[in-house]
Design a binder for this molecule. Structure first.
Ligand code: FPP
Length: 244
């Protein structure tokens, strides 16, 4: 099932700008996060139609615990609400949900709700939706390194399994960050080794299916060389080497 999805694109999104979107409208930051959930719904619906098989959304970083307590509680409440209200439609639409990041620091009940949502959606074969909560890529890499110690020779693929917790997860093809910021902020650092980056001024609550399409169109115009040469150049250099 997952191997079918792995032939399609893996897109990661750093959903930034909820607070600014709300403040500019004289709304509370919570309203911004609520509007962010609406954007998640739109993009989860649009992604499979645009060739995306895996979508990883950065909802709460391990550094976000530094935010005011009220905002952290509001974000956790939204996550709980999302899990409760969305599972039915995720199942209906063939979306498999997994949550990545630490679970031991989440409020009581949320870790269980996550487990239940993951179980209910486990058969989804249209889209693998991964939501990063209490997530830090550096911590995920550190944890994998600790597991790897004593495992002997390890391949990149083997280490990826330890980092991602998935038997096979396609490397990230495209990372999108909204709101004009141009940072990775500790998001999927291992998985994004060759990812293309797309930064847009759009605030996350206003991000639409068309914005995803535009990011993907720009991605498809790029040439990905993975450290090699352009195919024409590769051929030319090969011929030169043959003639010496
Ligand atoms: C960044 O905006 C956004 C976040 C820190 C949280 C993203 C959360 C959601 C989209 C909603 C909750 C998610 C789920 C899965 C229920 P910001 O607050 O940093 O915006 P700012 O930089 O403008 O202040």
């Amino acid at each position: 099932m997952q191997s079918d999805l792995s032939s399609k694109l893996h897109v990661g999104i750093i959903m930034d700008g909820n607070g600014r979107w709300a403040t500019r409208r004289r709304l509370s930051r919570l309203r911004g996060h609520e509007a962010g959930v609406e954007a998640i719904r739109r993009i989860v619906e649009a992604a499979p139609k645009q060739g995306v098989g895996t979508l990883t959304l950065y909802a709460f970083s391990s550094d976000n615990w530094r935010r005011p307590k009220a905002e952290v509680s509001a974000l956790m409440a939204l996550l709980r609400f999302y899990l409760a209200s969305e599972v039915e439609s995720l199942v209906k639409n063939g979306v498999r949900l997994t949550v990545i990041g630490r679970r031991d620091r989440l409020p009581a009940g949320i870790a269980d709700a996550i487990g239940r949502a993951e179980q209910s959606t486990a058969d989804g074969a249209v889209l693998h939706l991964r939501i990063a909560v209490d997530y830090s890529a550096r911590d995920a890499i550190l944890k994998a390194a600790a597991l790897a110690a004593g495992m002997g020779d390890l391949t990149r693929e083997g280490f990826s399994r330890l980092v991602t917790g998935e038997p096979f997860l396609r490397d990230v093809d495209l990372v999108i960050r909204t709101s004009g910021e141009q940072r990775l902020s500790d998001f999927m650092l291992w998985e994004s080794a060759y990812a293309e980056l797309h930064f847009t001024q759009r605030m996350w609550p206003e991000f639409q299916a068309e914005d995803l399409a535009e990011a993907l169109a720009s991605f498809h115009r790029r040439e990905r060389r993975f450290g090699g040469l352009q195919p024409e150049l590769q051929e030319m250099v090969g011929e030169m080497e043959m003639s010496v």
